[in-house]
Design a protein around this ligand. Structure first.
Ligand code: CU
Length: 236
């Protein structure tokens, strides 16, 4: 039984205020500041927070041919993160995933990945234009969207490490897949601290204890539900 008390309402209001915080893409430069009040954009809107492609012809960042840096400013206590890519000048289909296993991220602040690996079946050459869509997913199952436009360049570089560090308390774990009780992949990311993460991140050891596997199972169960809700929300 949930009783609506003054305390509960205050909590709900706090939640709503947190929910307006959303996130930004700091690098590569996002299409537009979808957080700006009066911008008319909403991060709830797929795709790209409703920011149309081609809004700015100068807001396109050069990215290395092997994948570049991604820097997010996350405002929620935790989130699931998906990064997708579509080829072309005005992308309508983000059909390549840069996160085949999505991330379970903890903490608010800067999350910076020095170099995002590209999928093996994605072929790019100098001058190939593309767009990234970053999707974050919370516990309500609703997602937030932002996009950044890039041009693949042979002479482009990643962010220097001095400009690509996570805020204190910000970390992520790559969500494992459980197939018949066998862990098929694990988070082996150097940026994963694992501290303060109550729902994941057990895969770094490469060997699951019974307790850790139990946690993974719970995570995956809820994640499947969330992904279903996510896909349903996209109308696919
Ligand atoms: Cu928010």
């Amino acid at each position: 039984m949930v009783q609506l008390t003054t305390t509960t309402l205050a909590g709900l209001l706090t939640t709503v205020q947190l929910a307006t915080a959303h996130f930004s893409i700091d690098y590569p430069s996002w299409r537009a500041n979808s957080l700006q009040s009066g911008s008319g954009f909403s991060q709830w809107v797929y795709p790209c927070a409703g920011v149309p492609g081609g809004l700015s012809t100068t807001n396109r960042t050069d990215w290395p041919l092997t994948g570049g840096s991604l820097k997010l400013d996350l405002h929620h206590p935790w989130t699931y993160v998906f990064v997708n890519l579509g080829l072309g000048e005005n992308v309508t289909n983000f059909n390549y995933t840069l996160t085949p296993n999505f991330w379970n991220e903890t903490g608010n602040g800067t999350l910076c990945i020095p170099s995002m690996p590209l999928p093996a079946d994605l072929t790019v050459t100098d001058g190939t234009k593309a767009s990234l869509q970053v999707v974050t997913l919370g516990d309500s199952g609703s997602a937030l969207y932002n996009c950044a436009d890039i041009t693949f360049r042979s002479n482009a570089t990643s962010l220097p490490s001095s400009d690509c560090a996570n805020s204190p308390g910000v970390s992520y774990a790559v969500v494992n897949q459980e197939v018949n009780g066998t862990t098929t992949s694990s988070s082996a990311n150097g940026t994963t601290s694992g501290s303060g993460n109550s729902t994941g991140g057990s895969g770094t050891s490469g060997k699951n204890s019974g307790a850790a596997m139990g946690v993974d199972m719970v995570v995956m169960t809820s994640v499947v539900g969330l992904v279903v809700a996510f896909v349903a929300g996209m109308g696919l």
